[in-house]
Design a protein around this ligand. Structure first.
Ligand code: PRE
Length: 111
């Protein structure tokens, strides 16, 4: 059914157009945030690669559980004050650190 005051050629009316514009605006911001996350992670991995070489050169173990415990406690507090689920923040950090430890192990094997 087509009614000229609510629909255009695609069956979308003025309200749908506003919704599409809002969705597009929000998605532009999401794309910018995702790009920032990628750039920040790339910088973090540049640092951790250096840590990996330092540890391998000085025969230090790839993982440091005490350091991780401090990082998790700190990140959970930051998450809480930012109204982000602390459990999610912890899972994300653990996911990143697991990848870093894998890199450290690769560096140590090739040293
Ligand atoms: O700080 C270190 O010792 C690191 O190797 C870096 C890092 C991290 O990614 O933050 C990774 C592994 C360790 O278990 C703890 C922290």
């Amino acid at each position: 059914m087509t009614t000229s005051h609510t629909s255009d050629a695609n069956g979308a009316g003025p309200a749908d157009e506003a919704v599409r514009a809002e969705l597009s605006r929000l998605r532009d911001s999401i794309d910018n945030i995702d790009a920032a996350v990628v750039h920040m992670l790339a910088e973090r991995f540049k640092c951790t690669q250096q840590v990996g070489h330092l540890k391998a050169n000085h025969h230090l173990p790839p993982a440091d559980p005490d350091r991780e415990a401090r990082q998790i406690a700190r990140l959970r507090e930051l998450a809480e004050s930012a109204k982000l689920d602390p459990a999610f923040a912890e899972k994300l950090l653990n996911f990143i650190i697991a990848e870093v430890i894998r890199h450290h192990e690769t560096i140590a094997k090739s040293a």
